[in-house]
Design a protein around this ligand. Structure first.
Ligand code: GLC
Length: 629
C-alpha cells in the first residue's frame, strides 16, 4: 500500500497526496469536507510543535487506509446514517447497558439475549468495557491493556464483530467505551514509556521527582481518594506518573500528537468492527495545564473535535457519547454535532433522586426549564442510574435561587441515600468518602435506592416514576439491564477480593435469574415493575411527541410536582406530570385551563377531563395527550 511521505503540509497538499495514494471518491469527498476543520484543530493543538502537521498527514493517511478496509456493510450504514441524520432522536430509541460476563457469561451469551432485547425494544446496547485488562486491577475493564483484543474470558474480537452485525440486523446499535484518557499500566505503550523506549517517552506524564506533581496538585481534584491521594502515583523506580483514577490507570499525554495518532488508530479499528456509538470515557480529564483544575480545558474540546473529524472521514456513521459527570455548564459544553452528538444527562439523573428524597420537585423542574435545551442534531442519554456512583452535580447557583445551600444539601442527599438519614427509604452504599473534604458519592441499584429493598410502600412506584421521567424528557432513555425486574444490591461484592475495595460493585449484580423468572408474576416486585415499565416502554415507542428534545416546562403550582409539555403536531402535546410526594396532590383546573379540557391518558387509554383538575396519588405519574388552546 502506498504510504504518504510525511512532511509539513497544508490542506491542498494533503488532498493531493490522497489522490495520488489512490483514495476513492467517497473518501475524498469526506476529506474535502472535514480536512480543513481537522487541519485547523491541529494548528491550534499542535501548531507550536515542529512535528504537528507531519502527524496530521499521517493521521489522514491512517483514515484513508481504515476507510479502504471498512467492511461494505458498514459503509452502507454510513450512507444510511447520512441520509437520516436524526435517527438517534426517534421515540423508538431505547438503550440498555450491561456487563458481558455478569449479564450473559460472555459474548455468545449476549447473542442469546437478542430475543429478549427485542422484546424490551432495545435499539442501543452498551456493553461495558470488554477489552484486555490487568487481572484483578481492571476497574471493571476501564483499565485497558489492548484496544484490539477482547478479554479472553468474554470472547474474541471476531466474535465481537459478528455480534455487532447480529445486533444490527435486530435493529440494535452496539455501543462500547472508548477509554482514551488513560490506559492500564500493562498496555504496551505504558511499558515502553516507562522503559524510555524512543518514541514512547512522552506518551504519559512522567516526572523525576515531586516538583511538577506538587505544582499540578495544588489545583487538581482527587477523584479516587480511597486509592491514592492527588493525581499522581509513584513508579517503582521513584518517578511519578499521572493517574487520575486508579494507580494502575495512567493518563495519556495528548500534548504529544503521536498519542493522538495512536489513539485515532485504535478508534478506527473499533469503528471497523461494527461499533456504532463510542462512549467517550472521562472526557473532562484529557488535557492538562499547570495552574488549572486540569478538567474541561478548551483543548479537551479541540481534541474531541479532532477525533470526531477523523471519524467523519473514515467511519462517518458513528456517534460519540460524552461521559462528563461535572458541573452542568461543563456537561453541555461537550455536546455539539462536531464534538459529542449525544451525552449522558447526569443532572437530570441526580435531580430525579434529589426530588424523590426531598419530596420536592423544584430543583428538577428548574433544571428541565433552563438546562434541558440542546443544539440541533444532538440528544441526551437519560438514565436513572449507571454502573457508576451518583454525584450531586447540580449547580450551587441554581440551588441558591431556591434557597438551598449546595454543600449541606449534598451531605443530606448522601446521608439519605446511604440510609443514614431519619425516614430514609434508600439502601445505598457510600463511594469514595473523603473525610478531608467531606465529599462522597452514592451507589446502589435503582430498586435498592428507591425503597424496594427496605420494603417501603412507595418503592416500586419510585422505580417506575424515575424511569418514566427518563423515558419522557427526550433523547435516548437508557436502562441498566436488571433494573427493569427490580434487581437489588449485591452485597457479596465485599467478599470478592477484586471488588471489595470499590463499592460500585454493589450495584453491578450478576444477571438476576430469579427476578427474570418472576417477571410475568404480578405477585412479585419483579413482575409488577416489569409489567408497569413494559407498558411505559410500549407507549413511548408509539408516541411521536417523545422524539427529539423539545420540552416546555409547565408550572403545576405544586412543589412536589414536576411537569412539562412535549410538543407535537397540530396543537397536540403530551403533558407529563409526576408527583414525588408520599401523599396525593391536586393540580387544579385553573392551572390546567390553558389546555383544552378533553385529554387522553396514554398509559391507561382512558379519557381525562382536565376541567376537574388532576389528582395525582403518591409517586404517581401521568402521560396525558392534551391540546393547547
Ligand atoms: C469513567 C467510568 C468509570 C471509571 C472511570 C475511569 O468515569 O464510568 O467507571 O472508573 O471512567 O475509567
Amino acid at each position: 500500500m502506498t504510504q504518504l511521505n510525511p512532511g509539513p503540509r497544508d490542506v491542498s497538499h494533503i488532498l493531493g497526496d490522497l489522490n495520488s495514494a489512490g483514495a476513492d471518491r467517497e473518501f475524498l469527498a469526506h476529506a474535502e469536507l472535514h480536512l480543513p476543520r481537522l487541519h485547523e484543530l491541529f494548528v491550534r493543538l499542535y501548531g507550536e510543535r515542529t512535528d504537528g502537521l507531519e502527524r496530521l498527514a499521517s493521521v489522514v493517511d491512517l483514515a484513508r487506509r481504515s476507510w479502504t478496509e471498512r467492511p461494505r456493510a458498514l459503509k452502507a450504514l454510513d450512507r444510511e446514517r447520512d441520509s437520516t441524520p436524526d435517527w438517534f432522536e426517534s421515540e423508538r430509541m431505547l438503550g440498555g447497558v450491561c456487563y458481558v460476563d455478569r449479564y450473559a457469561g460472555g459474548l455468545s451469551g449476549i447473542r442469546d439475549q437478542i430475543p429478549y432485547f427485542r422484546e424490551l425494544g432495545l435499539t442501543y446496547l452498551h456493553l461495558m468495557p470488554l477489552f484486555e485488562s490487568p487481572e484483578g486491577n481492571s476497574d471493571g475493564g476501564y483499565a485497558v491493556s489492548s484496544y484490539r483484543a477482547v478479554n479472553p474470558a468474554l470472547g474474541t474480537m471476531a466474535e465481537l464483530a459478528s455480534l455487532a452485525a447480529d445486533l444490527r440486523r435486530a435493529g440494535i446499535s452496539l455501543v462500547v467505551d472508548f477509554i482514551f484518557n488513560h490506559t492500564s499500566n500493562e498496555h504496551e505503550w505504558a511499558k515502553k514509556a516507562v522503559a524510555g523506549e524512543p518514541g514512547y517517552e512522552d506518551f504519559y506524564l512522567i516526572y523525576p521527582d515531586r516538583e511538577m506533581p506538587d505544582a499540578f496538585e495544588r489545583t487538581t481534584r482527587e477523584i479516587f481518594p480511597d486509592d491514592h491521594p492527588g493525581s499522581f502515583v509513584q513508579l517503582d523506580d521513584g518517578r511519578w506518573i499521572w493517574a487520575t483514577f486508579y494507580h494502575f490507570q495512567w493518563d495519556l499525554n495528548y500534548a504529544n500528537p503521536a498519542v493522538f495518532e495512536a489513539m485515532a488508530g485504535e478508534m478506527l479499528f473499533l469503528a471497523n468492527q461494527g461499533v456504532e456509538i463510542l462512549r467517550m470515557d472521562a472526557v473532562a480529564f484529557i488535557w492538562k495545564r499547570l495552574g488549572t483544575t486540569c478538567e474541561s480545558l478548551p483543548e479537551a474540546h479541540l481534541l474531541l473535535q479532532a477525533f470526531n473529524a477523523v471519524l467523519r472521514m473514515a467511519a462517518p456513521g458513528l456517534l460519540f457519547k460524552s461521559e462528563a459527570i461535572v458541573h452542568p455548564d461543563e456537561v453541555i459544553s461537550y455536546v455539539s454535532p462536531d464534538e459529542c452528538q449525544i451525552s449522558y444527562n447526569p443532572l437530570q439523573m441526580a435531580l430525579t433522586w434529589e426530588a424523590l428524597a426531598t419530596r420536592d420537585g423544584r430543583l428538577l423542574q428548574q433544571a428541565l426549564d433552563r438546562r434541558h435545551a440542546l443544539p440541533d442534531g444532538t440528544a441526551w442519554v437519560n438514565y436513572v442510574r449507571s454502573h457508576d456512583d451518583i454525584g450531586w452535580t447540580f449547580a450551587d447557583e441554581d440551588a441558591a435561587e431556591l434557597g438551598i445551600d449546595g454543600y449541606p444539601h449534598r451531605r443530606f442527599l448522601n446521608d439519605f441515600y446511604v440510609g443514614r438519614a431519619d425516614g430514609t427509604f434508600a439502601r445505598g452504599v457510600p463511594f469514595q468518602e473523603n473525610p478531608r473534604t467531606g465529599d462522597a458519592r452514592v451507589t446502589g441499584t435503582t430498586a435498592s435506592l428507591a425503597g424496594v429493598e427496605a420494603g417501603d410502600a412507595g418503592g416500586e412506584d419510585r422505580v417506575i416514576l424515575a424511569h418514566a421521567l427518563a423515558l419522557s424528557t427526550g433523547g435516548i432513555p437508557l436502562l441498566y439491564l436488571g433494573d427493569e425486574v427490580a434487581q437489588l444490591n449485591d452485597y457479596a461484592y465485599a467478599d470478592r477480593a477484586a471488588e471489595a475495595g470499590d463499592s460500585r460493585w454493589v450495584h453491578r449484580p450478576f444477571r438476576p435469574e430469579q427476578n427474570y423468572a418472576e417477571r410475568t408474576d404480578a405477585a412479585t416486585p419483579a413482575g409488577r415493575v416489569f409489567s408497569r415499565l413494559s407498558r411505559l416502554l410500549a407507549v413511548r415507542r408509539a408516541t411521536p411527541e417523545f422524539a427529539g428534545n423539545d420540552l416546555i416546562a409547565f408550572d403545576a403550582r405544586v412543589n412536589s410536582v414536576v411537569a412539562f409539555l412535549r410538543p407535537g403536531e397540530s396543537g397536540f402535546s403530551v403533558l407529563v406530570v409526576a408527583n414525588v410526594a408520599d401523599s396525593a396532590v391536586e393540580i387544579d383546573a385553573l392551572t390546567l385551563s390553558g389546555l383544552a379540557p378533553e385529554a387522553l391518558d396514554l398509559v391507561t387509554g382512558a379519557p381525562v377531563w382536565l376541567g376537574a383538575g388532576v389528582t395525582l396519588g403518591a409517586h404517581d405519574l401521568r402521560w396525558l395527550r392534551v391540546r393547547t388552546r
